[in-house]
Design a protein around this ligand. Structure first.
Ligand code: NAD
Ligand code: TDX
Length: 354
C-alpha cells in the first residue's frame, strides 16, 4: 500500500508514546506509523496490543543512539515526519545514573537530528521534526500566580531536566544552523493509563491496593500541573499538523496540585473503588527524605497554544483521576507484569538508601 506520509514516532512503547501511536494509527489509516523503541524497562509492547496488527503500523526495536541504524530506517521507510518522544524520563533515576540520561536524551536526539538532516538533504518541504519536551527545563517557580511561558529562560536543576534542556537546544540549533524544520513543545506532568509505576500516580494507586507505604518526598508541598495523557496526545496531533516551524508551544492543564492534596484524592478514590473504609489508607502516607534538588513548583501557561491553534484540555481533573484509578485497578495483570524482575530490584534499591 502507498501511504501519504511515513512518520517515525520514537519511544512509542512508553507511556505517552503509546497514546500518540494509538491516536495516529487509528486516526490516519493513510499514514504509515513506524514506532522506533529500544524497549528499555519503560518500554512495553503490551501498551499497544490493540493496534499491533494494523496494516499502517510497523514496530522497530532499536536504539536512537545508533546513528547508522537510524539513518537506514529513515531511508528504508522514506520518513518525512518525526515525533520524538524516546527518552529516559524519571527524575529519580537521573539522580542515580546521569550518564544514561545524557546518552539517550542528548546523544540520541542528536543522532535523530543528524539522520533527518542527512536523509532529507536540504529538501525540507513537507518535512517536520517535532521534539517532545518537558516543563522541567524551566526550573522552579517559587511564587504563586506565576507561570512558565515560551519565553521563560531555561534553568534546569536535575540531570533529567538538564539532559532535556540540552536536547531542546540541539533541536533549535539544527533549525537555526541547517534550516531543519523543527518544532519543540514543553509539557507539564502527564497522568493516565500505561504510565510506568515508578511515577507518583500509578505507584501510589498500586501501593494503596497492596496496602504498602506511600513515600511522600519532603513535606509533600511541591506543586505539579497535571494533564491527562490523551489530551497531550491530541495536542501533539494538532501541533504536528498545524504548528509553525521553529516555534515552541507550552502544553499544560492549568491544573496545579500540591502533592499531598493530590495524594489524598488518590487515597479517597482508591479506597472507595476497592471498598476500603473512606480515607483509611491515609495511614500509609510516610514522609521520606526529600528528592535531591526537588523543584518546588511547576505551572504552565498554555495560552499560546489555545489562542493560536485552539487547543484546550478536554477532560476535567476529577473525571481524569477517576478514569485513571479505575484503569489501573482493572489492569492488575499489566501492573504485575511490569513490577516484577528488574523494576522490583531497582525499587528496593532506591528505598534502602533513604
Ligand atoms: P517513558 O519512560 O514512559 O517512555 C520512554 C520510551 O522511550 C520507552 O518506551 C523506552 O523504551 C524508550 N527509549 C528509552 N531510551 C531509548 C533509546 N535509547 N532508544 C529508543 N527508545 C528508547 O516516558 P514518557 O513519560 O512517555 O515520556 C515520553 C517523552 O515525553 C519523554 O521525552 C519525556 O521527556 C517527555 N515528557 C514526559 C512527561 C511526563 O509527565 N511523563 C511530561 C512532559 C514531557
Ligand atoms: O514516590 C514518590 N513520592 C513523591 O513524593 C514519587 C515517585 C514522586 N513524588 C513527588 C515528586 C514530584 O514532586 O511527586 C511529584 C511527581 O513525581 P514524578 O511522578 O516522579 O514526576 P516529576 O518528577 O514531576 O516528573 C514528571 O513530569 C515531568 C515526569 O516523570 C517527567 O518525565 C516529566 O518531564
Amino acid at each position: 500500500m502507498k501511504f501519504v506520509r511515513n512518520i517515525l514516532i520514537t519511544g512509542g512503547a512508553g507511556f505517552i508514546g503509546s497514546h500518540v501511536v494509538r491516536l495516529f494509527v487509528n486516526k490516519y489509516p493513510d499514514y504509515h506509523i513506524i514506532n522506533l523503541d529500544k524497549l528499555t524497562y519503560a518500554g512495553n509492547l503490551a501498551n499497544l496490543e490493540d493496534i499491533e496488527d494494523s496494516p499502517n503500523y510497523t514496530f522497530v526495536k532499536a536504539d536512537i543512539c545508533d546513528f547508522d541504524t537510524v539513518l537506514n530506517l529513515f531511508k528504508e521507510y522514506a520518513i518525512d515526519g518525526v515525533i520524538h518522544l524516546a527518552a529516559e524520563s524519571h527524575v529519580d533515576r537521573s539522580i542515580k545514573d546521569p550518564f544514561t540520561f545524557a546518552q539517550t536524551n542528548v546523544m540520541g536526539t542528536l543522532s535523530l537530528l543528524q539522520a533527518a538532516k542527512v536523509c532529507w538533504d536540504d529538501h525540507f518541504e513537507d518535512k517536520r521534526f517535532y521534539h517532545i519536551s518537558t516543563d522541567e527545563v524551566y526550573g522552579s517557580l517559587n511564587q504563586e500566580g506565576t507561570f512558565f511561558t515560551e519565553k521563560t529562560s531555561y534553568d534546569p536543576h536535575s540531570p533529567y531536566s538538564a539532559s532535556k534542556a540540552s536536547s531542546d537546544h540541539f533541536v533549535r540549533a539544527f533549525h537555526d544552523t541547517y534550516g531543519l524544520p523543527t518544532i519543540v513543545t514543553n509539557c507539564s506532568n502527564n497522568y493516565g493509563p500505561y504510565q510506568f509505576p515508578e511515577k507518583l500516580i500509578p505507584l501510589f494507586i498500586n501501593n494503596i491496593r497492596h496496602q504498602k507505604p506511600l513515600p511522600v518526598y519532603g513535606k509533600g508541598l511541591n506543586v505539579r500541573d497535571w494533564l491527562y495523557v490523551v489530551d497531550h496526545a491530541r495536542a501533539i496531533d494538532l501541533i504536528f499538523h498545524k504548528g509553525k516551524i521553529a516555534e515552541t508551544y507550552n502544553i499544560g492543564g492549568f491544573n496545579e496540585w500540591k502533592n499531598i492534596d493530590l495524594i489524598k484524592i488518590i487515597v479517597k478514590t482508591v479506597d472507595r473503588l476497592l471498598g476500603f473504609a473512606p480515607g483509611s489508607s491515609e495511614r500509609l502516607i510516610t514522609y521520606v527524605t526529600d528528592r535531591a534538588g526537588h523543584d518546588l513548583r511547576y505551572a504552565i501557561d498554555s495560552n499560546k497554544l489555545k489562542n493560536e491553534l485552539g487547543w484546550e484540555p478536554s477532560l476535567q481533573f476529577e473525571e481524569g483521576i477517576e478514569e485513571t484509578v479505575r484503569w489501573y485497578l482493572e489492569h492488575q495483570e499489566w501492573m504485575d507484569r511490569i513490577t516484577s524482575g528488574e523494576y522490583e530490584n531497582y525499587y528496593k534499591g532506591m528505598y534502602s538508601n533513604r
